[in-house]
Write a protein that binds this ligand. Structure first.
Ligand SMILES: Nc1ncnc2c1ncn2[C@@H]1O[C@H](COP(=O)(O)OP(=O)(O)OP(=O)(O)O)[C@@H](O)[C@H]1O
Ligand SMILES: [Mg+2]
Length: 263
């Protein structure tokens, strides 16, 4: 490459990323109480990984529920894959959700079913029908995909173990496999490594972030572990006092910068 070509390449504008998620002037409140937050605006580009942080009660889970359409905004709007959620009929919203993998703060696995059956449930949104509810009756394809998802989180050997016999870290991996089995384009995770000891938490977060990265999905996760936020996100969005208090790239950022969110 000539020097001139190198110079040109250096100044080539970076192609703008497709926006997968746009939050515009969002406010949420429960019943007739004061808003949990208001005026929250940010966008997330395709393939980007964003950590959502803030103190207990700041509204992180509520914000994720707004993104899933489980909580209706009191004001503002949410667009996913370019579609305004408020304009969608319930069937269209369900369809849109099938392209989103959600890991809830409480993982909601079915304890008496096997890890494999729980992960097969994650395919219900894409291939509907009661046959998928029981692993014994599930189509071979669903089982194969579920097993592959368990393998990606290092749990292939535990596929036929009942979930109530697994450790907290293993259960969390099952929940992650369930959320990712249908290969969603967008993944929302509410404290995917919560309630785990530091080693298990580290391992689960590593596995989670790697699997999401490998699929090229867009990721938004909440965490109280600032190390996880800095290590696994390109950007951090912070809520404080009912407002968006931070939206910054993690490159070069130190944890001390984030402490103000918890004062
Ligand atoms: N279903 C609900 N009904 C009424 N109030 C709620 C409900 N869910 C959450 N809240 C309130 O909304 C506020 C934000 O809660 P939210 O769970 O979104 O916070 P969070 O940032 O996820 O906290 P944490 O870090 O503890 O998970 C809190 O004051 C909480 O009490
Ligand atoms: Mg929460």
């Amino acid at each position: 490459m000539t020097v001139a070509a190198v110079r040109l390449a250096e100044f080539e504008p970076v192609a703008p990323r497709t926006v997968d998620l746009a939050v515009d002037g969002l406010a949420a409140c429960y019943a007739k109480r004061d808003p949990v937050f208001s005026g929250v605006s940010f966008t997330v580009g395709r393939g980007e990984a964003v950590a959502l942080v803030g103190a207990n009660g700041a509204g992180k889970s509520t914000l994720l529920k707004c993104l899933m359409g489980f909580v209706s905004p009191a004001d503002g709007k949410v667009s996913i894959f370019g579609r305004d959620l408020s304009s969608l009929k319930s069937g269209e919203l369900r369809q849109l959700r099938s392209g989103v993998g959600f890991v809830a703060q409480k993982h909601n696995l079915v304890p008496r079913l096997t890890a494999l059956s729980n992960v097969v449930h994650g395919m219900l949104a894409t291939s509907s029908g009661p046959r998928n509810w029981l692993q014994a009756l599930a189509p071979a394809e669903s089982r194969r995909c579920a097993l592959a998802a368990l393998d990606r989180v290092g749990l292939a050997d535990f596929a036929l173990r009942r979930v109530d016999s697994l450790s907290g870290g293993q259960s969390q991996r099952v929940a992650i496999a369930r959320a990712l089995v249908a290969e969603p384009r967008l993944v929302l995770a509410d404290e995917p490594a919560a309630s785990l000891d530091p080693t298990a938490g580290e391992e689960v977060m590593e596995v989670f972030a790697r699997v999401v990265r490998d699929t090229g999905a867009t990721l938004i996760f909440t965490t109280h572990n600032l190390g996880h936020a800095l290590a696994h996100a390109e950007r951090i969005v912070g809520l404080r006092g009912g407002k968006l208090a931070l939206d910054a790239h993690t490159r070069g950022m130190v944890a001390a910068r984030l402490r103000g969110l918890y004062d």
